[in-house]
Structures are given as structure tokens and as C-alpha cells.
Design a protein around this ligand. Structure first.
Ligand SMILES: C[S@@+](CC[C@H](N)C(=O)[O-])C[C@H]1O[C@@H](n2cnc3c(N)ncnc32)[C@H](O)[C@@H]1O
Length: 209
């Protein structure tokens, strides 16, 4: 399983741990995105949270609203934190690229900032598989830092990471190329609550299968 990319993501987020939530969970745009998703879900919907981190705000918000949430994260530390912090959801430690996904088995899938340590081909393949795991009419939320970068080394919250992303056009194409319709999008600028942070662009796409 562990190629260099995957191992690096697990190591980096194991080290970052709860500090990620302190820095990012206050994002108004992230909460607004969750509110939009909640408005689309029938009671008791089955939701997959890809790269679930500490479980807050995503899994926590959805589980508190009565939905059946499965979070998957490659970082054992994140899975441990989420399991303790979000009582009403299930969490599993795995590399999402290797998790078999049953066709049409979820009402919604969330991907908040969890593609950034994958290559572009891996991101395309994964989003395609996630679209297939949605029931027809189901919702996929995709959020990223919309920069046209590939394999760029940077220091993120004290950890050396390699980042790959798409600019806004390329990110929309990631969704439409998987057969999804982009229903709405939100551009935001967010400054994480951590030392040395600078404002960063965030792009949220609300997509429908
Ligand atoms: C930037 S954090 C975002 C966490 C959460 N989605 C949020 O927005 O609060 C990215 C998360 O994705 C996880 N991740 C990265 N690559 C992954 C992979 N291949 N499979 C599963 N999780 C992964 C990381 O461990 C990390 O917890």
C-alpha cells in the first residue's frame, strides 16, 4: 500500500493532529458549505467523509443532524481524535485510494481539503470512484485550495509536505469529468488560526450526480 505520497500524508497529519482543528474549524465558508449540504439531505442519509481529520466540523455537524456518517482517514492520530470527539459517527483508518466503494451506496460524499497529497491522476480516479459511489441525485462536496501546482514542496503547520492541486477551472473539470453537475460554488479566503498563517484561497463546489 504505502507509496511515498500516502506515507507522507499519514506522517504529516499524525504530527499536526488536533492543531488542524484549531487552525481551520472556524472557517465560515466550511460551515456554510455544510449548511448547504444539510439542506439537501433527507433524514438519516448515509454520508462518506473522505479525509475526515479530527471529525470537526464535518462529521460532527452531519452526525448531530441525524445522518449516518462514515469518516475515512489515512492518519491513525486523526482517526483516534475523531473517534473520541464525534460519538455519533464511525471512523476508519485507511487510504481512500485503496478502499473498495460499493456503487450507489451513499447519499452524499464530502471531500474537504483531502486531495492535496494525491497526484492529479489519483485525484481524477478517486473523484470518479466517489461519483460512482453516490446514488443518482446524490451530492458530492469538493473543497480545495485552488492553485495550479503539482508536487510542490512546502511547509504546512510545521510539516514538510508535497502539494498537488488544480486552479479553479481544473478543479471544476475534476467534477464534470467524473460526470457530476456543479450546482453551486463558493470562493472564500481564509486565514488559519495558527502562528505565521497567511490568507489562503478556498474553493467549494457543490456537485450532484
Ligand atoms: C487538510 S486535512 C482536512 C481534514 C478535514 N477534511 C477538514 O476539512 O477538517 C486532510 C485530511 O485528509 C487525510 N488524507 C490525506 N490523504 C489521504 C488518503 N489518501 N486517504 C485518506 N485520508 C487522507 C489527512 O490525513 C488529513 O486528515
Amino acid at each position: 500500500m504505502a507509496d511515498g505520497h500516502q506515507h507522507a500524508a499519514a506522517e504529516a497529519f499524525d504530527a499536526i493532529g488536533a492543531g488542524y482543528e484549531t487552525a481551520f474549524a472556524g472557517s465560515a465558508a466550511h460551515h456554510a458549505s455544510l449548511d448547504r449540504l444539510l439542506g439537501q439531505l433527507a433524514p438519516g442519509s448515509r454520508v462518506l467523509d473522505v479525509g475526515s481529520g479530527t471529525g470537526r466540523p464535518t462529521a460532527h455537524t452531519l452526525a448531530a443532524a441525524g445522518h449516518d456518517v462514515l469518516g475515512i482517514d489515512v492518519s491513525p492520530v486523526m482517526v483516534e481524535l475523531a473517534s473520541r470527539r464525534v460519538a455519533g459517527a464511525s471512523f476508519r483508518c485507511a487510504d481512500i485510494r485503496e478502499v473498495p466503494l460499493e456503487e450507489e451506496s451513499f447519499d452524499a460524499v464530502c471531500v474537504y481539503f483531502s486531495l492535496l497529497q494525491m497526484s492529479r491522476d489519483e485525484q481524477r480516479t478517486l473523484v470518479h470512484r466517489l461519483a460512482g459511489a453516490l446514488r443518482p441525485g446524490g451530492r458530492l462536496v469538493l473543497a480545495t485550495v485552488p492553485l495550479d501546482v503539482e508536487g510542490v514542496s512546502t511547509v504546512f503547520m510545521g510539516q514538510e509536505v508535497r502539494v498537488t492541486s488544480f486552479g479553479p477551472e481544473g478543479f471544476r473539470a475534476l467534477a464534470t469529468g467524473a460526470g457530476l453537475t456543479v450546482v453551486s460554488e463558493d470562493d472564500a479566503v481564509f486565514t488559519p488560526d495558527c502562528p505565521g498563517a497567511v490568507p489562503e484561497p478556498h474553493l467549494y463546489l457543490d456537485c450532484r450526480r
